[in-house]
Design a binder for this molecule. Structure first.
Ligand code: ADP
Ligand code: MG
Length: 369
């Protein structure tokens, strides 16, 4: 066993954070949510639970919020009641104080998972089947443009990490993020992080700014951690102009929503481009959508891998290759089900064949029930 991990905050904050120390130190807890002094929740194994910890009163909690902000070089005040920051260990923290926070000072801390999950873990946890892993692997190596879609905490970043780590070492990969989270293990990786404006409102650097720079830095592939603004247009155009094998995540509940969301975000990127033109570009750029989901029993799974074949003017033409099929609930309130091939073969089958890889095409066959 390793030595006990150091606390995510420095000792100087220990006194302020005493009420939640046990939650912060417990490695099985992934998120701590404070909704005012006496209402504290935490997440363990994907489930939210109420804790019996509490701060003495609102002013003790507010003092903690102020000190944490200071610790990360920010300021939280009535004038600027929202702070979003990353702790030195990579954990994410968001603070909202009154008057905007009506429950009292509200804080969420998403703890940084030091042990990143790998492909084997995801298979072992039942997040995907080994056939799906095989398929995602070949799609990554053969430079399909992949969009990972899912809700908050559904495992998008984790999946992007796993996919990114399959990028061949001779390809130069540029990563752009709002909060540097990805730890892609490939040989030639360059990472960028956005920058907030300072107290005078100056010096902001957005994903879009980073994207412009990235395109001048001879990227083979570009990875955008979270696509949530006008940078979508730059990403799509990069995908369409020689940067195949690019990837990003988007917040959506299924593949159609993901594509529509991307389209909407692209429109923000250039109001002058007709919707139909944007739609064509999006349809051409994204070749595959991988849907991540946090299911009702707290488990995280890939629920669908779908190819995007184009657009018929009305809606996207898709072909689902793998999906998760729920068959019931266990007595312990766990979802029972399995991942299955739909029986469809991917549109880039010939590409796989001509790559010379010894690929088991049988994985696409629908298994008899
Ligand atoms: N398949 C999985 N099984 C269990 N835990 C997972 C799985 N995928 C991700 N996680 C964990 O869930 C949390 C949220 O995952 P993350 O990838 O950051 O989600 P998102 O980017 O969608 O918000 C992390 O703590 C991560 O380690
Ligand atoms: Mg994420």
């Amino acid at each position: 066993m390793e030595e006990k991990a150091a606390s995510i905050f420095e000792d100087s904050l220990a006194e302020f954070l005493k009420p939640i120390k046990a939650l912060l130190d417990d490695p099985s807890i992934t998120e701590v949510m404070i909704n005012g002094a006496s209402e504290i929740f935490y997440e363990v194994k994907g489930k939210i639970k109420k804790s019996d910890c509490s701060f003495e009163n609102e002013s003790a909690l507010l003092a903690a919020a102020r000190n944490i902000s200071q610790f990360v070089g920010k300021r939280v005040s009535e004038l600027e009641p929202i702070v979003d920051a990353r702790l030195p260990d990579g954990s994410r923290i968001c603070i909202v104080i009154p008057p905007c926070a009506k429950n009292g000072t509200t804080i969420a801390i998403r703890k940084f998972a030091k042990e990143k999950l790998g492909l084997k873990d995801l298979i072992q946890f039942g997040a995907m089947s080994s056939d799906m892993a095989r398929f995602l692997d070949v799609a990554t190596v053969l430079k399909r443009n992949i969009l990972v879609s899912g809700g908050t905490g559904s495992g998008k970043t984790t999946l992007l990490n796993v996919l990114g780590s399959r990028i061949p070492g001779n390809e130069r990969t540029l990563i752009l993020e709002d909060t540097a989270e990805l730890q892609i293990k490939s040989q030639h990786v360059v990472r960028f992080e956005t920058k907030h404006k300072d107290f005078e409102g100056k010096g902001e650097v957005t994903i879009r700014d980073l994207m412009k720079a990235a395109l001048r830095l001879r990227p083979d592939r570009i990875i955008v951690g979270e696509v949530r603004g006008s940078e979508a247009l730059d990403l799509i155009q990069a995908m369409n102009t020689g940067h195949e094998g690019s990837m990003g995540t988007v917040h959506a509940n299924n593949c159609f929503q993901a594509m529509n969301r991307l389209e909407t975000l692209c429109m923000l990127g250039d109001l002058g481009v007709p919707a139909q033109v944007i739609r064509n570009q999006v349809a051409e750029a994204v070749q595959m959508v991988v849907q991540a989901n946090r299911l009702r029993d707290g488990s995280r799974k890939l629920t669908s891998i779908t190819e995007i074949l184009g657009h018929d003017g009305d809606k996207y033409i898709t072909r689902e290759i793998f999906r998760f099929k729920q068959t019931g609930w266990s007595e312990e309130s766990k979802i029972i089900g399995h991942h299955e091939a739909t029986g469809e073969e991917p549109g880039f089958k010939e590409m796989i064949q001509s790559s010379g890889m010894n690929f088991p095409f049988g994985i696409f066959h629908k298994k008899a029930a």
